[in-house]
Ligand binder design. Structure first.
Ligand code: NAP
Ligand code: GDP
Length: 315
């Protein structure tokens, strides 16, 4: 059987580790997986990236690499976030040049239009501007979908994309300034417990989010790579009924820590888009029986990982 060489850009991050954890139970003998980090090459640099394609000769690519941050990172760094488009152009063009058989890139439910009807589905990506807080990141990601169709139509490439909701899990970025809400609250709860200080939740806690565990997302991305036939993107998120408020997410974190201290709200802070409720009808059509890890259990596992790995965790 011919060997499949799967090169994962951004393989050292949250989602890359989600795929690695998922693979522990789903290895295939003919698949060779290569997980890259920015230390292997800066993917904005065409020459350095080309050397990776020469070295590994990938038959398949999962393109995760990006400068990624939560609401407060994106609010202040729309230009840097837009520069992800540089990386996307370099990677996709080399995938064409090296005749990579399939590429799966990662978009996000953040990129959907701000003013919209709900639930949002895959056909609505380009229907109006993204939320102002995230337009740099949003437009760069939207262009990946445009490029996927253009490469397919002009060159016959099989480039597709997935659209995950908010992700969390082991190896997340737990930075208080740059990270997303769940890793941020986990880090804050850890500090609140350790230094006997209040845990501050930013905003009212009312906005709603779908949260997916990185290991579940890893399983789904592996399925997309092996089986999903379309160029059009597919939303990878938990069911709409499992969308929860930021407040509820905070409570799950607090329970996982057994934190009994003071909790305060900082109402001066931005709340971002109120909700981005995404439909997973398409995912359910392909995988009706897929079981997501309950959010409570996934948060407990992430908290346990963070406690164990506090010294080395990205923060
Ligand atoms: P992450 O943990 O921050 O990891 C980012 C990865 O990209 C790391 O491996 C990093 O390498 C690499 N990288 C960054 N800049 C690079 C560069 N210039 N050259 C080469 N590699 C570079 O991010 P993540 O959360 O796993 O995100 C993975 C994908 O999912 C991204 O495309 C993101 O937009 C998408 N996504 C994330 C979320 C979320 O909630 N986190 C939600 C929806 C979609 P180093 O480790 O060496 O820095
Ligand atoms: P988003 O889903 O792209 O908006 O990004 P985040 O994962 O950063 O979630 C932002 C939402 O969580 C906003 O409604 C914030 O007001 C709220 N939030 C509450 N506390 C925190 C926190 O400590 N860090 C972050 N990033 N967001 C927080």
């Amino acid at each position: 059987m011919a060997e499949t060489v799967i090169m994962v850009t951004g393989g050292s991050g949250l989602v890359g580790h989600g795929i690695q954890l998922a693979l522990e139970e789903d290895k295939k003998p003919n698949e060779k997986w290569i997980f890259l980090s920015s230390k292997d090459a800066d993917l904005r640099n065409h020459e350095a990236t080309k050397l990776l394609f020469e070295k590994y000769k990938p038959t398949h690519v999962i393109h995760l690499a990006a400068k990624v941050g939560g609401l407060f990172y994106n609010l202040e760094n729309n230009c840097d976030a837009y520069m992800n488009s540089q990386m996307n152009s370099v990677v996709l063009d080399l995938c064409k040049e090296y005749k990579v058989q399939k590429v799966v890139s990662c978009l996000s439910t953040c990129i959907f239009p701000d003013k919209t009807t709900y639930p949002i589905d895959e056909t609505m990506i380009h229907n109006g501007p993204p939320h102002f807080s995230i337009y740099g990141y949003g437009y760069a990601k939207r262009m990946v979908d445009v490029m996927n169709h253009a490469y397919n139509e002009q060159y016959g490439c099989h480039f597709t994309s997935v659209i995950p909701c908010n992700i969390f899990g082991p190896h997340d970025n737990f930075s208080l300034r740059e990270g997303h809400v769940i890793p941020g609250l986990i880090h804050k709860a850890y500090l609140a417990e350790r230094y006997d200080q209040p845990l501050v939740i930013l905003g009212t806690g009312k906005p709603l989010r779908q949260f997916i565990y990185s290991v579940d997302l890893g399983k789904l991305i592996i399925w997309v790579l092996r089986e999903y036939p379309e160029i059009k993107p597919i939303i990878l998120a938990v069911d709409e009924k499992d969308e929860i408020s930021i407040r509820d997410a905070g409570e799950l974190v607090i329970k996982a820590f057994g934190y009994k201290g003071e909790i305060v709200q900082d109402l001066s802070k931005s709340e971002g888009q109120f909700k981005k409720t995404a439909s997973i009808a398409k995912l359910r059509k392909y995988l009706p029986g897929f079981k997501f890890t309950p959010t409570k259990q996934a948060i407990e596992e992430t908290v346990n990982w963070f406690r164990k790995n506090y010294e080395t965790a990205k923060k």
